[in-house]
Write a protein that binds this ligand. Structure first.
Ligand code: G3P
Length: 218
C-alpha cells in the first residue's frame, strides 16, 4: 500500500520525505487554505519539487468547462500533478476528457462503491472514498473500501482505491487489510504510526545493558 500525506504544509511534507516512506501528497481547498497558500500554483510547484511522486491538486469550478480549464492549469504546474475532481456528473465528464489527454485524475468526495465504479469507468487513476466522514455519520467507512477493491479486482480496473479522511492509526491498518492501494494520512496520523511504548522501553533496556560491557569506541 502506498502512503501519501494529506496536507499542503511544506514542513510536514519535507519531514515525511526525509523519513524515506512518502509516495505522494494529496491536497484539497481546505488544506491549501490552512497552509495559507494564496499563491496556490507556486505552492503546488514547491510541493512537486519536494515529492518524488503524485501530487493531487483540486479544481474548484463545479461546471465542466471551468473544471477543464482549471485542470489544464494545474496539470501545467508539473508532470507530478494529479487533478482532483469532485464525484459529480460534471466531474465524470471532465475525468473522461482528461483521461483521453493522459492527465491523471483523482475522483474525490466518493462515499459509495457505486460512485467508485462510475469513476473507474470514466478512467480515473484514483478514487478517494472518505472513510472518517462516513464513520462520522455512523456508516462503516472501511466497508466502502473493501467493496471498491473487490469490484476493481473482479473487473480488472486499473483505478487505485485511495483511502482518504483517515483519522487514526487503526484506520490505516484497516485500509491496508481491506486492500486499499493507497492511504493518504494527515501528519498527526503518520507520526502516530511510528511509535510504540514497548519500542521505547526496549531501546532503553538494551542501552542500559550495553553499559555493562562498554566495548571501546561504542
Ligand atoms: O483527503 C480528504 C481529507 O482531507 C478529508 O479529511 O478529515 O477533512 O474528513 P477530513
Amino acid at each position: 500500500m502506498k502512503i501519501f500525506l494529506d496536507t499542503a504544509d511544506l514542513s510536514e511534507i519535507g519531514q515525511a520525505v526525509s523519513w524515506g516512506i512518502l509516495d505522494g501528497v494529496t491536497t484539497n481547498p481546505s488544506l491549501m487554505a490552512k497552509a495559507g497558500a494564496s499563491d496556490f500554483k507556486v505552492h503546488l510547484r514547491k510541493i512537486c519539487d519536494v515529492v518524488q511522486g503524485p501530487v493531487s491538486g483540486e479544481v474548484v469550478s463545479v461546471e465542466p468547462d471551468g473544471m477543464l480549464k482549471q485542470a489544464h492549469e494545474l496539470a501545467a504546474i508539473s508532470p507530478h500533478m494529479v487533478i482532483k475532481v469532485p464525484m459529480t456528473v460534471a466531474g465524470l465528464q471532465v475525468c473522461k476528457k482528461l483521461n483521453t489527454e493522459n492527465i491523471p485524475v483523482n475522483m474525490t468526495l466518493v462515499f459509495s462503491p457505486a460512485q467508485a465504479l462510475l469513476a473507474a469507468k470514466a478512467g480515473a487513476t484514483y478514487v478517494s472514498p472518505f472513510i472518517g466522514r462516513l464513520d462520522d455519520i455512523s456508516h462503516f467507512g472501511m466497508d466502502v473500501v473493501r467493496d471498491i477493491v473487490a469490484i476493481f479486482d473482479r473487473y480488472g480496473f486499473e483505478t487505485n482505491c485511495l483511502a482518504a479522511s483517515l483519522r487514526h492509526p487503526l484506520h490505516v491498518v484497516e485500509a491496508a487489510l481491506a486492500g486499499a492501494h493507497v492511504a493518504t494520512l494527515p501528519w498527526n496520523v503518520l507520526e502516530k504510526l511510528v511509535h510504540h511504548p514497548l519500542t521505547d522501553v526496549g531501546i532503553d533496556r538494551f542501552l542500559q545493558d550495553w553499559k555493562k560491557i562498554r566495548p571501546e569506541g561504542w
